[in-house]
Write a protein of this length. Sequence first.
Length: 432
Amino acid sequence: MSKGISRRQLLQGVALTAALGVETRGVSSLACVALGPRKEESAPDTLVVLFLRGGADGLNIIVPYGDDDYYKLRPNLALSPPSSGAARSSKALKLDSFFGLHPAMSSLLPIYQDGNLLPVHAVGSFDHTLSHFQAMAAMERGLANDGPGAASGWLARHLNSTEVPGQSPLRSVALSETLPASLRGATQATSLTSLANYEVHLPTGTGGLQFHADERRQAMEQTLAQLYSGPQTGDLADAGKGTLAALDAVRRLDPSHYHPTPGVHYPKTGLSHALQQVACMVKGAIGLEVACIDVEGWDTHVDQGRDTGWQPARLTDLATSLAAFYRDMGNQMHNVTVVTMTEFGRRAYENTGLGTDHGRASVMLVMGGAVKGGRVLANWPGLNPHQLVGPGDLHVTTDYRDILGELVAKRLHNSRLDLVFPNHTPHFHGIV
């Protein structure tokens, strides 16, 4: 005979946990989830934000092979021009007459050639500290630098300024253990590491009762259904109903049996797994609007590598994962926009450890079916010593908020950019 769970035990062990947003099985919030309507042309995109944490070296991602000073500053790390006789693995892939793509990112070249990938160079914030924490805080708060201003995140302000009744509480998701600062202050935001682990369970030993894992789940769900099948209202009632809706929504997604588009193979990496989770949610039409993914490991002070090594390995993972996601989404990529960002770039010249130190401007990549790509967007400042800033950094000529602001306005349909990016009026560059 199965053991029952009393109302008091359930409220103590499950519903209160859900209502307060306490983490369970890698899930920071189990709010009420309902499958949203299918995405229409007038609906917002799904915006996928990849934060390359550590300061990604934009000069060896989108290579300015047309600038002679690039080779003077980086005698060991510079990628050869596309037309050179160097080995294919050590020369840039031609994007135009001035810029090339790192060869480790060759899987993105067809997307660029199809016009759905736009690199933006010499982009960044106006943080001069070169501190990871302060530079990241500035960007995630949507500010010029980490100083006085809004404490909430730019994505949170977007979500809160466009909140409508009945929207999916899985509208914003972070594929991580914790919410990024860009979502700080969002009224509804969820962090999870895997849809397959999206569940709640009664803690072992609740109320002196002992349950096996499956028994706990079954008992919890049965009791929730009995308690909250009626018209009850209030925080605990909402939490209980929401938990049931969440479990039902994820089961309908069936993430454990998700199959990508035939012929698409995601690499077995953390980034690919996160993007595959996003693909599952987009195809499942649960109302996902914002997805955040952290990509670590870009602080390349030593042994950065040119065609092999620390940075090229990460670039391969980034490119192959994005390419798999792009192919998996197919025609639905028209309603998806992916943007990569990083807190700052690297110093223009290589250091004695065959790496690069903290710098200023870097690169953003924008990918999507509505992106006006197939070109490199850059107000190029030059790499001559008199054109560099600080101790030898690429000058920031494009404010990162201009890029994000255009995506928020044109793809997420939010005209209140004064709320999303206070004290800044984004300049649009025709990226979408």
